[in-house]
Design a protein around this ligand. Structure first.
Ligand code: ZN
Length: 204
């Protein structure tokens, strides 16, 4: 069985997929055939490089493209197991060219991916900054519960503890009309789910 492109052998059945996103519509590409190692590598690299550039441009395509790229990596490991051609074909095999990441397409795709990574990092940092509750290190102080402070009062590390435990240092009180009483500490509004800063009354 010779290569379907050049006739050289040995050759093996190979399937390489591609994807093109076009905002709303998209197109799936597939090249299937019996290829020698050189021709298969050439088909793989061409398809992979093209998908890296044209794949991402659509809502579904963003999800489909990495799947296609990964599936092709599976095909590549099969391609690499085809021995180099020994019986010549009727024409020279396709030139495999450079590996994908040594091509302009492979380098170009790192730019949008890098930008995407930066945007995700920025948005995450912004959300955590705007809504400290999301970082989930805040206690949820509720009236009547007990708390302790393992930090200082300039940099508190409050957590809720059972009132009957030795760890309890403060009872959490709802602020009165005039705020907290003398001797109380005022907890940050962020330390309560309802956003109302509670008074921390030392337990004696
Ligand atoms: Zn071939």
């Amino acid at each position: 069985m010779g290569c379907g492109v050049c006739g050289a052998g040995p050759a093996a059945p190979v399937t390489v997929r591609g994807h093109q996103g076009m905002i709303v519509i998209m197109r799936s590409l597939k090249r299937q055939g019996v290829f020698c190692r050189s021709c298969a590598l050439s088909v793989f690299r061409e398809m992979q490089a093209e998908t890296l550039i044209t794949g991402w441009w659509g809502l579904l395509s963003v999800v489909i493209t990495p799947v296609v790229l990964l599936t092709n990596l599976g095909a590549l490991s099969g391609i690499k197991r085809i021995p180099a051609p020994v019986t010549p074909g009727w024409r020279p095999p396709l030139d495999p060219g450079k590996p994908v990441f040594q091509r302009p397409e492979g380098v170009a795709v790192l730019i949008p991916l890098g930008l995407l990574g930066m945007v995700v990092t920025l948005v995450t940092a912004l959300l955590l900054g705007l809504f400290p509750g999301l970082s989930d290190t805040r206690p949820n102080l509720t009236t009547g519960s007990c708390a302790r402070n393992d930090g200082s009062w300039t940099e508190p590390d409050l957590k809720t503890v059972p009132c009957d435990s030795d760890e309890a240092q403060y009872r959490v009180m709802f602020p009165g009309d005039h705020g907290c009483e003398d001797g109380d500490y005022l907890a940050s509004p962020y330390d309560s789910a309802d956003g109302i800063g509670r008074c921390l009354r030392p337990i004696r």
